[in-house]
Design a protein around this ligand. Structure first.
Ligand code: G3P
Ligand code: CA
Length: 277
């Protein structure tokens, strides 16, 4: 049956802290990254956007509206697109207070006034506080909006001495972006992300075989993770890192299917399940 080639639950499964330990602190702030490392994450995940003056920052959305006080500080600049603001302007924003208002039971005074990190700051912070053991896992978000972002990612990884790190992944929903990265840095490990729509109507084995040309693994939405996908990925030597897995039941269910890592807002829950030393 389809289960026979699945691997047993093992402690090598990577704990990937999604936007930091984002269930506990404001996503993509150094406070949330620190919390992730305290909770024994193996990797800190960050999404990348680019400012008007070409600086890469860690932020999920293409606009500043949801996770900063941009609407208050810059009321006339709707819709607050990252690409329309300089880094200097973005550095004046508070990226933590929204979390305290949205989640009063998890609010902390230290979150007030958290800054939006640049990619370079995020890398340096994880390297310093992770004692060189915590990995970097970064996503080129909206690469069509930000021409040249791949070159900048690789340049910054080189400048911070992170490009040759064993624990480094770059992920994207964009195959074009990943292929550019492959050309720029052939050894870097790339993860092709998938939504359900992206795999609809495709032969999953053929798709995994095709992308194994440039990717080291896949990041499917958790609903896509079924034995057939697991087998197709592993037969093509691709890692499987589903997103975003937050409940205990879902974390266990993914482990039982044999995944190689999980993106989670709750790295502590996955650590408890894996019982890593
Ligand atoms: O990168 C995996 C997962 O994070 C993709 O979803 O929207 O949270 O970046 P998103
Ligand atoms: Ca992401």
């Amino acid at each position: 049956n389809g289960q026979s080639t699945l691997r047993p639950i093992n402690s090598d499964v990577a704990i990937i802290a999604h936007r930091g330990a984002s269930a506990y602190g404001p996503e993509h702030t150094l406070a949330a990254y620190k919390q992730a490392m305290t909770m024994k994450a193996d990797y800190v995940e960050f999404d990348l956007q680019m400012t008007k003056d070409g600086q890469l920052i860690a932020m999920h959305d293409e606009t500043l509206a949801r996770t900063t006080n941009a609407k208050d500080l810059y009321p006339d600049r709707a819709p607050w697109r990252v690409k329309d603001f300089t880094l200097d302007e973005i550095k004046r924003l508070d990226a933590g207070s929204w979390f305290n208002k949205a989640y009063p039971d998890k609010a902390k005074t230290e979150y007030i006034g958290q800054k939006v990190p640049t990619l370079e700051e995020a890398i340096e912070f994880v390297k310093l506080h992770g004692n060189g053991k915590v990995g970097l896992y970064m996503e080129t978000k909206a690469p069509n909006v930000y021409p040249g972002m791949e070159e900048k990612v690789i340049e910054i990884l080189k400048r911070t001495n992170a490009l040759d790190d064993e624990k480094l992944f770059i992920e994207s929903f964009s195959e074009d972006s990943l292929r550019k990265l492959k050309t720029l840095a052939p050894k870097v490990k790339l993860i092709q992300l998938y939504t359900g729509t992206m795999l609809a109507g495709k032969d999953v084995y053929q798709e995994m075989q095709r992308i194994s040309d440039y990717a080291s693994g896949v990041g499917p939405s958790k609903e896509l993770v079924v034995p057939k996908l697991m087998e197709a990925a592993h037969q093509n030597k691709l890692l499987v890192h589903p997103w975003t897995v937050n409940s205990q039941d879902d974390l266990v269910s993914m482990l039982s299917l044999g995944v190689d890592g999980e993106f989670t807002n709750n790295p502590d829950l996955l650590d408890d399940l894996l019982k890593k030393p």
